[in-house]
Design a protein around this ligand. Structure first.
Ligand SMILES: *Cc1c(COP(=O)(O)O)cnc(C)c1O
Length: 364
């Protein structure tokens, strides 16, 4: 008897490894492994979430009408062209599913977001990985990898796990260099962490160009990772295609309510950004001070820092030593970064604590 066989490309997927959240035996655990907001969730979003539980027997609004209106009003967009997903992860999968399949290529840069590989393989497309430039996106190398089979290009800006950023002119150059029948997905999960004036122009492209999809999330600066709410913006034909394969009730009632309230909580967003900018700079300074032990932080525009270990103490040793002290960070051998630890910018106490711990580990 033969058992059902998964498609061969499904078995080619390496299962996604989430950031750990537990440590055996540590008295106090500090989780800096999933880029969550150390300031928590806006109070109004928490209240909206709790109120939504009064109608548990009802399906959510399948059209997410109020959420789309709210997003459109906040960002100056057309509500009809806002797509929403079970996290922005779902929208990445929708993009791959609608525009690529077996025989097609999906392109992204080395050290790109881990979901791109899964999204490409899941639909039977061939993942193509362009070389990086010291961990950052190399536009020329990326464009050189485009073939007549390329259907989708995924770029996160700022990127995860590196934190690197392509400025406005580079995003424009990338778009200008792509054939018009290639879908450019600009993943802006960390866009709200950029300072005013650092906008990469991705949303303008999504407004005007027929081949650009921008994705955003409520998981990071808005502090709603538990509810899985993401959204995207593109031309009407792209949005129409994505809706056809979206799960019908993909964003929960509580999630929609919480996201609407979160958008009204811009003070929280500003406070989160300022906290992040301050403590990221502070932490990068601390790492620079450990340069003689071979530590180096890749310059970051996101809410985490990728620390490279190029001395006697390896990233693996530091990962375990931090864990013994109760600090969970992300070690990334599965993403080709065995010499790197990705460390989320936490509270002041978290950052002072982990900097002290690292100094002890590399000095001792
Ligand atoms: C966290 C993250 C996402 C998505 O998160 P969701 O919780 O699914 O919205 C998407 N892209 C990048 C680069 C991320 O780091």
């Amino acid at each position: 008897m033969t058992a059902p066989q998964p498609k061969p490309w499904i078995m080619g997927i390496a299962p996604y490894v989430p950031g750990r959240s537990t440590v055996d035996g540590a008295a106090k655990v500090t989780k800096l492994s999933s880029n969550e907001n150390p300031l928590g969730t806006p109070q109004a979003a928490r209240e909206a979430f709790e109120t939504a539980h009064r109608s548990l027997e009802r399906y959510p609004d399948a059209a997410a009408a109020e959420l789309r209106e709210k997003i459109a009003a906040h960002y100056g967009l057309d509500p009809a062209r806002v797509i929403y997903g079970t996290g922005s992860d779902e929208i990445l999968h929708l993009a791959a599913g609608a525009y690529a399949g077996p025989g097609d290529e999906i392109l992204y840069v080395r050290y790109g977001f881990a979901v791109y590989d899964i999204a490409a393989r899941r639909v039977g497309a061939t993942p193509v990985i362009a070389p990086d430039k010291d961990h950052a996106t190399d536009i020329d190398a990326l464009l050189a990898c485009v073939t007549e089979k390329t259907r989708v290009v995924f770029v996160a800006n700022p990127n995860n796990p590196t934190g690197t950023f392509m400025p406005h002119a580079d995003v424009m150059r990338l778009h200008a260099g792509l054939p018009s029948d290639v879908l450019l997905v600009l993943d802006q999960a960390y866009a709200e962490y950029l300072d005013a004036g650092e906008d990469d122009g991705g949303m303008e492209l999504a407004i005007d160009a027929p081949n650009v999809l921008v994705t955003r999330t409520f998981s990071k600066i808005y502090g709603l990772a538990a509810e899985r709410i993401g959204w995207g913006y593109a031309s009407a034909p792209i949005i129409d295609a994505l809706h056809r394969i979206r799960a019908p009730f993909n964003v929960t009632t509580a999630g929609q309510s919480a996201a609407i309230a979160a958008l009204d909580s811009q003070d929280f967003v500003v406070a989160s950004r300022e906290h992040n900018t301050t403590w990221r700079a502070w932490f990068e300074d601390q790492i620079a001070g450990m340069g003689n032990a071979g530590l180096r932080a890749v310059p970051s525009k996101a809410n985490f820092s990728l620390v490279l270990f190029e001395g006697r103490v390896t990233a693996e040793m530091a990962y375990h030593a931090l864990m013994e002290r109760g600090y969970i960070v992300r070690w990334l051998p599965g993403q080709g970064l065995p010499n790197g630890l990705r460390i989320t910018i936490g509270t002041e106490e978290d950052m002072r604590g982990i900097a002290d711990a690292l100094r002890e580990i590399v000095g001792g």
